[in-house]
Ligand binder design. Sequence first.
Ligand SMILES: [Fe+2]
Length: 463
Amino acid sequence: MFKDVRGLEFTASSQEAVDAFDATIDEFLASGRDAAALLKHVNEADPEMVMGQCVRGYFMRLPQQAHLIQGSNEAFATAKALSAKANPREKLHVAALESWVAGDLRKTAAIWEQILVDYPHDILALRIAHTIHFYMGDIDHMRDSMARVMPRWDEEVPGYGYVLGCRAFSLEENHQFSAAEPMGRRAVEINEDDVWAGHCVAHVLEGRGRRQDGIKWIDEHEEAWKQRGIFARHMWWHRALHYLELERFDDVLAAFDREYWPEPTEDNIDLTNASSMLMRLDMLGVDVDDRWESVGAICASRTKDRLRPFNDLHFVMALTHSGRMEAAREILASMRDFVGANDDKGQTVVEVYKRAGIPIAEAIIDHAEGNFARAVEIMSSARYRMVPLGGSWAQRDVWVRILIDAAIKDGQHAYARTLLAERTADCPSSGPSWNMYADALAACGEDEEAEAARARGSELLAA
Ligand SMILES: [Fe+2]
């Protein structure tokens, strides 16, 4: 029996294979570019290593790309065939992959959590459970999952910084900003490559509206994070969100061209970054020139893949705004077909399509077509069902912005005023929100209040 760097036992033909496995997981934890290449070394060193096959299956499902799913299914079949000789922990990983293949994400996450009860140092189970809770919007589960293992971790255990970064992010998404920030900063001190921990701090600074601190945080670590994989581009997107709130629109657009959409890519994180930012710019009346085109062109090839509603909604935004209304409608029809064909089959994502994916897609299309009243009606209730779409509060905010924009454009001034009262209460440091609030107050004839809101907006933007 061979052991990994944290002392967990592995069924493998050699220590070399387990060491290669450790290197793969390290790269995965650091959001590195080379995790797939390193995994090849594991599979070459020991093609019959159950955990090597499980990780192959996991890695090919995480990017939510249709062309990788078959490879993941094959890895599961191999892992299952090898599982008779696996130890109990490894058998649970095979069971988790089996549930994932069947589309039951809740059961999958529950199996990883079961592993963590007895093996809290199984950093793969820990990190991948964290990721899947995030994908499902299970933010309380994400928080509790990390809290349960933390007493078993300290700085002496290899990988502690990554675990601290996950704990920090789980607190941030539950709006426990004060607790999250120092943990995220400490994790980056331990290991600057930990872009996920860095991302936690970026979210705290976004949530708190600390614009200059947010830009500085990313500037300071840019050189290290440039070396990371595609997730680094999401950090440049975060920096551009700060520019947006400071109304530095030229910087948002320059960063689009150079940093977070430097070239057309198929990666969902890039597509969501690009689509989400262009949508925000559009609604603020900023001319984005022909930037929608390259994003929409990629999304046009995704009309049939129903893997994650969160991504699909970003595709719908890109399609509606790049003149591909028909393709946007195809996605909506495909969502309905998917639900019809898979209802009651235990696929977690089906419920999410029903409750949030389909209505929000309808609202995006209505908004794009100028059916603002209908967009308002749908989004007003769907906004409270969008957390299970997954992603972060900052990412899902684009759909709340659509609701506000639709209310304004439909002339529902009183409703827009209340939505903006809510927004300025939630993030009092947002200059553009105060200015929009001022406009809505003025439209309601509340001139004195409008003037005060405008003064607040100007003060924040000048700071
Ligand atoms: Fe983020």
